[in-house]
Ligand binder design. Structure first.
Ligand code: HEM
Length: 485
């Protein structure tokens, strides 16, 4: 009867036994996404864990995740009201706020701004591409200096500055020097951001940890300070833009967003603070992710010299030595694109999306999930599913090429790193262009080598993004350079 059916539907989801107070927090380990995938083998792709005082549903595997994010996109479009989320951009972030009419408008404005600056045949698109090439050429010069007399260097910081410069140029029309002290300090702080908002951050699920001195509380205090500083930096830049705003001339993304939000305040329910919120989101999201991707690419290049020399041969054949690579070369550089997709799949450097929450009751794979449930989406589990990928633990870019050497689009579409559905990343197109151009220019100009006595480790640190542990490489100029005369 209906009553029994409802009872069955509403039964507790499968999942491991949860201890009092902490729940399963101590079982997550250093790499929660791997623990989540292991638990899925025992409890199925949709199960429940308890972290502190929150019941959390974990989704794994292609079928359950796409069913939730695509077929039930509205039901899974929420964000939990975590304390850490409220600290971002004075609560005016579009990334860390719950599903609402206002959020939809906020996201739409950010999305159309990105599109206006990076797609079609616009002059802004050309300027964006030139900006990336200029940053990449500066990176080549810096890497070669750091490699003088065969020295080895850690590329992490320079990659962050380069990625930050691209997004700052888009948002503010201004880049910063690699030695700018204030900018360096700001970027170092952003680095700590992902450790607090990644899935499994303890202060969000055990808010009482804020009430007595402990390491989680001090980390959270730090997190609040870094958010205030970052928001302050963006606010100052946006204010400068407001003072010189001319509705006839859109200089950069800040102007475009001011034009949409500030100038139409009463109509869309958004306030001036949402302008800073959107700009902070674009800078924060565009900086950490792209630099992490490049960080992994350089490591994997140095670790696989045979793949690097195949890439060198290809780029010399397609581009030659008389000019630098451009976006137009992309379709002829399938192996290079395959290397990027394989880096995204293999490292899954955004292993779990930003936590979601359900906006209403919903049923996935026959299991009932109530409204306002926190949901973790394990992207790593899709990219490492042995039923979908042959030898998923092996790094092999050629898996994405078909028998004619072209990119297999069905396979590249199966990689999940930008999420899907209503909360999917809005920067995926510009991210792909950035990663491609940086990678192509660096590769065209340099050869990257690891030291003979160092076996580059694939171990990483966990957070919103997985970052490789510090490593060192050296860069050697390839043939006649177009950059360093
Ligand atoms: C959200 C990945 C680059 C802007 C996200 C999410 C992921 C992601 C996994 C969370 C989706 C979810 O919660 O389901 C990446 C990766 C990037 C990248 C892997 C680079 C390789 C960028 C760039 C920008 C950007 C360059 C903008 C300039 C955003 C924004 C959101 C977001 C605004 C929040 C969307 C929302 O909550 O509605 N991204 N991203 N991302 N990303 Fe990206």
């Amino acid at each position: 009867c209906l009553w029994v059916r409802n009872l069955r539907l509403k039964r507790r989801l499968p999942g491991p036994f949860a201890w009092p107070v902490v729940g399963n927090a101590m079982q997550l380990g250093q790499m929660p996404h791997i623990t989540f995938a292991k638990l899925a083998k025992k409890y199925g792709n949709v199960y429940q864990i308890r972290l502190g005082c929150s019941d959390i549903v974990v989704l794994n595997g292609d079928r359950a995740i796409r069913q939730a994010l695509i077929q039930h996109s509205t039901e899974f479009a929420g964000r939990p009201n975590f304390v850490s989320f409220q600290a971002v951009s004075g609560g005016k972030s579009l990334t860390f706020t719950n599903y609402s009419k206002q959020w939809k408008m906020h996201r739409k404005i950010a999305q159309s701004t990105i599109r206006a600056f990076s797609s079609g045949n616009s002059q802004t698109k050309k300027t964006f591409e030139q900006q990336i090439v200029a940053e990449a050429t500066e990176l080549v010069e810096i890497f070669l200096k750091l490699s003088a007399h065969g020295q080895y260097f850690n590329p992490a910081h320079e990659l962050t500055v380069a990625a930050a410069n691209v997004i700052c140029a888009l948002c503010f029309g201004k880049r910063y020097g690699h030695d700018d002290v204030e900018f360096r300090a700001l970027l170092q702080r952003v680095d700590q951001f992902g450790q607090t908002v990644g899935a499994g951050s303890l202060v969000d699920v055990m808010p009482w940890l804020q009430s007595f001195p402990n390491p989680v509380r001090s980390m959270f205090k730090n997190f609040k300070v870094l958010n205030q500083e970052f928001f302050g930096f963006v606010h100052n830049k946006v204010e400068e833009h407001r003072e010189t705003f001319d509705p006839e001339v859109t200089r950069d993304m800040s102007d475009a967003i001011i034009g949409e939000i500030d100038k139409t305040e009463s109509e869309n329910g958004l306030t001036k603070g949402h302008t800073e919120g959107a700009v902070s989101d674009l800078i924060g999201a565009g900086l950490d992710t792209v630099s992490t991707a490049l960080h992994w690419i350089l490591l994997l290049l140095a670790k696989h010299p045979e793949m690097q020399s195949k890439l060198h041969k290809l780029i010399d054949k397609v581009v030659g030595r008389d000019r630098l690579p451009s976006v137009e070369d992309r379709s002829s550089l399938a192996y290079l694109d395959a290397f990027i997709y394989e880096t995204m799949r293999f490292t899954s450097f955004v292993p779990v999306t930003i936590p979601h929450s359900t906006t209403s009751d919903v049923t996935i794979e026959g299991l009932h999930i109530p409204k306002d449930t926190v949901v973790f989406i394990n992207q790593w589990s899709i990219n490492h599913d042995p039923l979908q990928w042959k030898d998923p633990h092996i790094f092999d870019p050629s898996r994405f090429l078909d028998e004619n050497g072209s990119l297999n689009r069905d396979l590249t579409n199966n990689v999940m790193i930008f999420s899907a559905g209503k909360r999917r990343c809005i920067g995926n197109q510009i991210a792909k262009v950035e990663i491609f151009l940086f990678f192509a220019v660096l590769l065209h100009q340099c050869c990257f080598e690891k030291s003979a006595n160092e076996d580059l480790s694939l171990n990483c640190s966990y957070g919103l993004t997985l970052k490789p542990l510090d490593y060192k490489i050296t860069a050697k100029l390839r043939g006649q350079s177009l950059i360093c005369q």
